[in-house]
Design a binder for this molecule. Structure first.
Ligand SMILES: NC(=O)c1ccc[n+]([C@@H]2O[C@H](COP(=O)([O-])OP(=O)(O)OC[C@H]3O[C@@H](n4cnc5c(N)ncnc54)[C@H](OP(=O)(O)O)[C@@H]3O)[C@@H](O)[C@H]2O)c1
Length: 293
């Protein structure tokens, strides 16, 4: 079962597993608050599941939705409710008899003081104490965030890449690589039980990304450093959770100040687990630059 199957990472993982023509196909279940939004795919069962219902209604609907599930990919969204959503998902999975949970967290130093990165670590600790087998996947910044930067910055069509990181580099990973690792672990979970994998594949400054965009599009892209408060104001005005997004703003502040070197780390997880080189930013931009223009 994939919780978060309509999202970026869960959707890409579901697609990979559904396309997998291995001799031993998995029985796939996509969970969503709104099952009608899950694209119909051969071999994928869709079940209704809303992690926010547990506070008023208890765990029984979640346990029922997880009936017969052996492995769970747990992904929640960008809000403080991720804490309680993940707790009830883990509790329900344990009661339903799930054997292994693969959790999408976020990479950070073990003693990070960035609040939402700490939340992911608390969820990992709760999962580890659940008695179920677990695997933690910890992405750094998703390359797909570039689309958000263009939209939040209100600069579509101008060949400007607005950002909030100053001149410091940070670590990036394509959702397709996160999904490839998740699919590999879900297909063959036992060797990955009890393991945590960092998932950042390339360190780049925003100026370097603007240069790559220029090479890919043949147009003179430039980066434009802005104050992180402008990001927070814009995403909250657009309806995002202010508590979570303050944490993102604080990551920008600290990255620009050079006090978060852990978020610039890269890993060979994709090569080791998937058996191919990780997707470079250049190749990501080759495939997606129209979505940035
Ligand atoms: N963006 C980054 O750079 C980055 C970096 C590191 C880690 N991460 C982590 O990645 C995760 C987000 O992954 P993503 O970008 O793939 O997310 P996403 O595209 O925003 O999708 C979020 C998913 O969560 C599901 N969801 C939300 N509330 C739910 C609820 N109450 N019950 C059941 N399902 C619910 C949604 O499903 P329905 O709407 O269909 O119910 C949706 O499929 C977060 O934990 C974030 O911290 C992100």
């Amino acid at each position: 079962m994939i919780i978060g199957a309509t999202g970026k990472i869960g959707g890409a993982t579901l697609q990979l597993l559904a396309d997998d023509r291995s001799a031993d196909p998995l029985r796939l279940v996509a969970a969503s608050r709104r099952p009608e939004t899950v694209p119909a795919r051969a071999g994928v069962e869709v079940r209704q599941l809303d992690l926010d219902t547990a506070e008023l209604q208890g765990l029984s609907a979640l346990v029922e939705a997880m009936a017969g599930i052996d492995r769970l990919l747990l992904i929640t969204g960008y809000g403080v409710r991720m804490l309680t959503q993940s707790k009830v998902a883990i509790d329900a999975a344990r009661i339903a008899g799930v054997r292994q949970v693969v959790h999408i967290g976020a990479h950070a130093a073990a003693d990070t003081t960035v609040v939402h990165l700490g939340w992911h670590q608390l969820i990992e600790a709760y999962l580890a104490a659940s008695g179920m087998a677990f695997t933690n996947l910890r992405p750094t910044a998703l390359m797909q965030n570039l689309m958000l930067l263009i939209d939040v910055g209100g600069v579509r069509g101008t060949d400007v890449l607005p950002h909030y990181l100053g001149s410091e580099p940070t670590s990036w990973v394509d959702v397709a690589d996160v999904a490839a690792v998740a699919a590999r672990v879900l297909r063959d979970p036992v060797p990955h039980a009890g393991r945590s994998y960092g998932l950042g594949t390339e360190s780049l400054t925003m100026a370097e990304i603007a240069t790559l965009l220029g090479e890919v599009t043949g147009r003179p892209w430039r980066d434009e450093a802005r104050h992180p408060d402008r990001f927070l104001d814009a995403v909250v005005a657009a309806g995002a959770d202010p508590v979570y997004m303050e944490c993102v703003r604080n990551i920008f502040v600290r990255t620009a100040a050079g006090t978060l070197p852990d978020l610039n780390e890269t890993f060979d997880t994709v090569e080791r687990l998937v058996g191919r080189p990780a997707i470079t930013m250049r190749s990501f931009l080759d495939r997606h630059h129209q979505q940035l223009s």
